[in-house]
Design a protein around this ligand. Structure first.
Ligand code: NAG
Ligand code: NAG
Ligand code: CA
Length: 275
């Protein structure tokens, strides 16, 4: 474990900005869960919510707009989002853990736009829901089938789940959707499953899925993957079962064929993950 972390830190110089707790590297996932704070955008996309609407979005999900202090508490344990959102009392800002040129002006902390006089401005929302039903897990086995909470029954409202898969360095993760039924809406804003080709839900976004069509297989570029499942306060559906298996990168999965030629599997291109 120590060797692994040391190795990771060598290769990934930003690792420390995510913080170690009890000897384990933590990132936004676990911490977002722990803090009960989450980011929401409008069903029609980024920066579309007035203050009143932002409040309504959080309340609709059984929560409320996060206070500055709640957002900062979440940030301190790794919650990082590059999008400005309404907080309680008409404040706007966003939490930055990892300094970057493209986000947060190279600083860390809450980027604070202050209390807005004009409540008709449109931003995203930061909600706080201490009663959000958390679920998910960390998987390190070489294969596993995981299911939406309650499966084969319908999943519940107000669910916030993160599954984090980490297999051996040098292996890839092959995701196969066995069953899939998630409340359908055009932009998948009500309930959705998001997949990230990375250790967190900040980098490596692959796609957002809803509806009842089985998504194609997905193969990671590295040895880590994250799945995020959020549900809103009404309408549930059958849920999903997803199997992952590992692929040794020394043996090519399909004679070098890719999505276009094979039509079934999305091979993500990019460099290998670190953890
Ligand atoms: C308030 O913000 C909205 C949206 O940006 C804008 O259309 C409106 O003109 C602003 N009102 C004032 C008084 O500045
Ligand atoms: C995938 O295959 C198609 C057709 O065989 C080819 O044109 C394309 O460049 C390939 N893409 C990658 C990423 O290899
Ligand atoms: Ca729903």
């Amino acid at each position: 474990m120590i060797a692994l972390i040391f190795f990771s830190a060598l290769l990934w110089d930003e690792a420390q900005s995510w913080g170690f707790k009890d000897g384990v590297l933590h990132n936004s996932i676990w911490l977002e869960r722990a803090a009960g704070v989450y980011h929401r955008e409008s069903r029609s996309g980024k920066y579309q919510l007035t203050y009143t609407e932002a409040k309504a979005v959080c309340e609709y999900e059984g929560g409320r707009l996060a206070t500055y202090q709640q957002l900062e508490a979440a940030r301190k344990i790794g919650f990082h989002v590059c999008a400005a959102g309404w907080m309680a009392k008409g404040r706007v800002g966003y939490p930055i853990v990892k300094a970057g040129a493209n986000c947060g002006f190279g600083k860390t902390g809450i980027v604070d736009y202050g209390i807005r006089l004009n409540r008709s401005e449109r931003w995203d929302a930061y909600c706080y829901n201490p009663n959000g039903k958390e679920c998910g897990g960390v998987f390190t086995d070489s294969k596993h089938v995981f299911k939406s909470p309650g499966y084969p029954n319908e999943y519940e409202n107000d669910q916030i789940c993160y599954w984090h898969i980490r297999v051996k360095y040098g292996q890839r993760i092959h995701l196969q959707f066995l069953e899939f039924d998630v409340e359908d809406d055009i932009a998948c804003m009500a309930d959705f499953l998001e997949i990230y080709d990375s250790y967190d839900d900040v980098n490596g976004f692959v796609g957002r899925f809803c509806g009842d069509e089985l998504p194609d297989d997905i193969i990671s570029t590295g040895n880590v993957m994250t799945l995020k499942f959020l549900t809103d306060a009404s309408v549930t559906a059958g849920g999903f079962q997803i199997r992952y298996t590992t692929i040794d990168t020394t043996s090519k999965p399909s004679d070098g064929k890719n999505t276009t030629s094979q039509g079934k599997t999305n091979y993500l291109s990019g460099k290998f993950g670190i953890m």
